[in-house]
Write a new protein. Structure first.
Length: 418
């Protein structure tokens, strides 16, 4: 039996719960390529970034530039709705279809890689020659095999309105006090997700509290959901919820609009949202600083670009990735992404630094950034996330204390991974 066979079997169980009714993207066609040089082909690229009103046009322009650079390969964007992006693409890939190239978030990447749905890139990407940023790049190998390269790495920082909060808090106590002082009438000191409808977003938010107070969901081999440090971080999150310094019930779209309109003082967000914040209100006087929690560690929105194992044009897909990794294209991609960084060390332009003076502070966070997966249990992240978020929100609503909530989550998650 080949090394991939048992992992292919795992795809059935991993993907069984994903909705089967998702529409199939056009894109993977004709016969597989046998040469290392791409043959004439039209391939599809699915990326939620393409649907971003602030960054999508810039990425499309970069794709157009690639298409114009040669006559062999044409890249076409694949339209996938953002709310169901990961589930939709995984369903397609599990059925032997899907786009040739995908920009995945880490939970979906982990599922696809461990389920033999991605093309291995071990002999196609030379990390040392390309000078890939080692910290985040190490997360793109699963079971000793590389399955992607960084498309975007967005560090989480503290966005703050300098008109409401002139000086960035540097400790958790200062953070709490600033949130309380700023809250007045219809203006709130802070905002974060706290509803089951935004489960993935709640996970992203609480990730920063857990890491920032020295906790983690696992030690790489066993789950540590109910550990004292995890509970401490989540109790800090609950402390702010109970302090009534956030617009309770508001979803991310609502409170981000409030932040842009000067009605929210602070939010913990990733660098990828800097462009959207500025676009929503070019006059907004805001900045970004390190999250002021005890431990200098925070979440990172790490998004790799991968090749679908079902693709009939893998060499063509690889050609686009290799083009994108060239220094000139890395500079352009970083400009498109705004405050996110890319696969290789790439200097910020003078124009970017003038527009966003805080970019160096965000870039410093790369070494302390952690992708939002459960270390050692990546393919189970989505299911563990659901368990944890459900119990955390139950605690917010006063149904149980946070320690009890995490003890219950630990037991449920252990049963899941067994």
């Amino acid at each position: 039996m080949s090394f991939r066979s048992p992992r292919r079997a795992r795809a059935v169980s991993v993907l069984a719960a994903v909705a089967i009714g998702a529409g199939v993207l056009a894109g993977c066609s004709s016969s597989p390529e046998k040469s290392s040089s791409p043959q004439p082909a039209t391939i599809t690229f699915a990326a939620s970034t393409l649907g971003d009103p602030g960054r999508g046009p810039g990425l499309q322009k970069l794709i157009d530039e690639y298409n114009a650079s040669q006559k062999t390969v044409t890249v076409q964007p694949a339209s996938v709705p953002y709310p169901t992006f990961g589930q939709t693409v995984l369903t397609q890939m599990g059925g032997g279809e899907g786009p040739d190239l995908v920009r995945f978030d880490m939970p979906e990447f982990s599922t696809a890689a461990s389920s033999a749905l991605l093309e291995p890139l071990d002999d196609k990407i030379d990390a040392s020659k390309l000078k890939l940023i080692e910290g985040p790049d190490k997360y793109l190998s699963v079971d000793g095999h590389r399955y992607g390269v960084i498309f975007e790495n967005a560090n989480y920082g503290m966005f703050y309105n300098k008109d409401l909060i002139p000086q960035a808090p540097t400790t958790f106590d200062e953070f709490v006090q600033a949130a309380k002082t700023t809250t007045n009438g219809d203006t709130y000191g802070l905002a974060f997700r706290q509803t089951q409808a935004e489960e993935a977003g709640v996970w992203q938010d609480i990730f920063n509290y857990v890491l920032g107070f020295g906790g983690d969901w696992s030690d790489g081999k066993k789950l540590t959901i109910d550990s004292p440090k995890v509970v401490e971080g989540l109790e800090a999150y609950k402390k702010l919820y109970d302090a009534n310094v956030i617009p309770k019930g508001a979803d991310a779209a609502t409170f981000r609009k409030m932040f842009a309109n000067g009605k929210v003082g602070m939010e913990l967000n990733n660098g990828g949202y800097v462009t959207a914040t500025k676009s929503a209100n070019p006059a907004l006087n805001f900045s970004v600083a390190r999250i002021p929690f005890p431990e200098k560690k925070q979440g990172a929105l790490l998004a790799p670009i991968v090749i679908n194992a079902n693709s009939k044009h893998k060499d063509a897909a690889l050609d686009f990735i290799q083009w994108l990794l060239k220094p000139e294209q890395q500079v352009k991609l970083q400009e498109v992404l705004g405050a996110s960084s890319v696969a290789t060390p790439t200097e910020r332009s003078a124009e970017s630094l003038q527009k966003y003076p805080f970019l160096p502070e965000l870039d410093k966070l790369t070494d302390s950034g952690v992708p939002q997966i459960v270390n050692g249990f990546g393919p189970h992240t989505a299911d563990i996330r659901h368990i944890v978020v459900t119990e955390v929100l139950s605690s917010l609503q006063g149904q149980q204390d946070m320690k009890t909530a995490m003890e219950k989550a630990q037991k449920q998650a252990e049963e899941l991974v067994r």
